[in-house]
Ligand binder design. Structure first.
Ligand code: 4AD
Ligand code: MG
Length: 481
């Protein structure tokens, strides 16, 4: 019909609030299942707006035209159900428009249990699974919440580039960019589109530092890319990072306070929201045997209440060394933590934990040295946020905002040649000249962090593998769709 735009209602609205006119209801969706009895049939319809399907009643003749997976528009009347324990009302169908046919036999999405590994091979279709619709709506709700929270705190949302000249983290795990042009592109060219090598960004931090020193506190939620070969539950080649930078800040606890309040502002609404209820309902349905019940998930959300402990790296090493646990990698001052170490430290506190002041040698060049050093060696003013069971969620630091120490740090990291600071040339600074320039004209103390957004969503949803949270996951060897 032509009148549908005004009367079509999402299944979520229909179930939550009911229709404007009970005798004139119109819903769009995909057939999840059809069951026929002698005199009447039932169809479960999903449109991705809720976990639970809409139950509709129709005649066996009408039902014959339906098959699982097909797209339809149903029109009918909204009437009280005779079995109100499952759904208070049902749709009594008067008309069916077939919009898109689906052959139930060949449809890769089936109602029976399908393994996560199989579903990862069809990311373009798996979002039709009800729980995956919940994950998509969780992602959307969290972005709204973050946007609201940070705007209220006076942060400005900005956009930073994906194509960059530098490897911010200095880990050498970047994707190189190539253009399709063959041969010289311009008269002075070296065969590359931008006249020098470019990469997909690993972090928006350096650009955010520029903006924070122009307009104050800023943030962005941006795709970031890492050519890490890590074939783990926590690593992707492309993931969203929420990054934030604060200027005129000297005390790192101000930055950590924002992390804490921000994550809480996303988590606590789940206790009452539709998406939160859907996440809990899914646990009740299929989480009991794994121990991941709805209580387990609720407790995880409740454990987000503050205040979160803040310990130093040196204290964390002591906790690990006196734990009596035989870790695969022996914890030792001066080495990074393994995932096992991170999980143990957070499990001791049963809460998210900030670990601060890591050794200088295992952190990137841009971090500000700590004011006090340890007996063990030099440390930097940085923090990681570790989650129970999951490990690292956030990495942040105060930044080296002074020109000469920054150059010294770049030198000792092997990024630029050695020599006195006054003799550094633009050429030697190379692709980081602009970043060093930020320290020349009105540099201020500043700091910020990056939060792995896909990791956070997985944690909140109780999904163990980041490949099942990210909508179109890419990891080493896998990028088909
Ligand atoms: O700890 P990372 O590498 O920190 C930075 O990139 C800083 N420049 C951020 C900043 O200060 N603005 O990355 C930040 C977070 C990690 O804590 C982790 O949650 C996530 O990004 N992350 C990944 N998530 C998924 N897949 C990967 N390969 C990830 N690498 C990092
Ligand atoms: Mg990190």
């Amino acid at each position: 019909g032509s009148d549908t735009a005004s009367t079509t209602i999402s299944i979520a609205s229909l179930l939550d609030r009911g229709p404007a006119d009970p005798n004139n209801v119109c819903v769009n969706g995909f057939v999840r299942s059809v069951r026929s009895q002698k005199r009447r049939s039932f169809v479960d319809l999903g449109d991705g707006s809720t976990l639970e399907p809409l139950q509709a009643l129709l005649s066996p003749e009408q039902a014959q035209s339906l098959s699982t997976g097909m797209a339809v528009r149903l029109k009918g009347a909204w009437k009280e159900s005779r079995f109100p324990e499952s759904q208070t009302h049902e749709l009594h169908v008067t008309a069916i428009d077939t919009l898109g046919f689906s052959d139930a036999a060949t449809n890769p999405i089936q109602k029976k249990y399908q393994t996560k590994e199989f579903l990862r091979t069809i990311p373009h279709l798996r979002s039709r699974i009800p729980f995956n619709s919940t994950l998509l709506r969780l992602r959307s709700d969290c972005i709204s919440e973050i946007t609201r929270f940070l705007a209220a705190e006076g942060f400005t949302q900005t956009h930073t580039p994906i194509i960059t000249s530098s490897d911010c983290e200095g880990a050498g795990e970047v994707f190189h960019l190539e253009s399709s042009h063959k041969g010289p592109i311009s008269e002075h060219d070296d065969g590359t589109f931008f006249r020098s090598p470019k990469y997909l960004t690993v972090s928006s931090q350096l650009h955010l530092e520029a903006l924070a020193q122009s307009i104050g506190n800023v943030w962005t939620l941006s795709p970031t890319f890492r050519a890490e070969k890590s074939d783990t539950k926590r690593h992707l080649s492309e993931f969203y990072m929420l990054e934030l930078e604060m200027s005129f800040v000297e005390d790192m606890s101000v930055v950590m306070n924002v992390v804490e309040k921000l994550v809480q502002s996303i988590t606590l609404p789940l206790l009452t929201s539709r998406v939160g209820k859907e996440l809990l309902a899914t646990r009740t349905r299929d989480g009991e045997e794994t121990g991941e019940s709805s209580e387990w998930l609720r407790d995880r959300w409740l454990a987000m209440k503050g205040p979160w402990p803040r310990i130093t790296y040196t204290e964390a090493i002591q906790i690990l060394q006196t734990s009596g646990i035989n870790f695969t990698n022996t914890p030792q001052w001066g080495l990074g933590f393994s995932i096992e170490h991170e999980q143990h430290v957070a499990s001791v506190f049963k809460k998210p934990v900030f670990v601060t002041q890591y050794p200088r040698d295992i952190k990137p060049f841009y971090m500000l040295p700590s004011r006090e050093s340890t007996d063990m060696g030099e440390t930097v003013d940085c923090f990681d946020l570790l989650l129970p069971e999951a490990g690292e969620l956030v990495g942040g630091s105060m930044r080296e905002h002074r020109l000469d120490p920054l150059i010294a740090s770049m030198r000792s990291s092997g990024m630029i040649p050695h020599g006195p600071p006054e003799f550094i040339s633009d050429e030697q600074l190379g692709s980081l000249k602009w970043y060093v320039d930020l320290r020349r004209w009105g540099s201020v103390p500043h700091g910020g962090f990056g939060l792995g957004f896909d990791r956070l969503l997985g944690y909140l949803a109780g999904v163990q593998n980041i490949r099942d949270v990210n909508t179109f996951p890419r990891w080493v060897g896998r990028c088909e769709c």
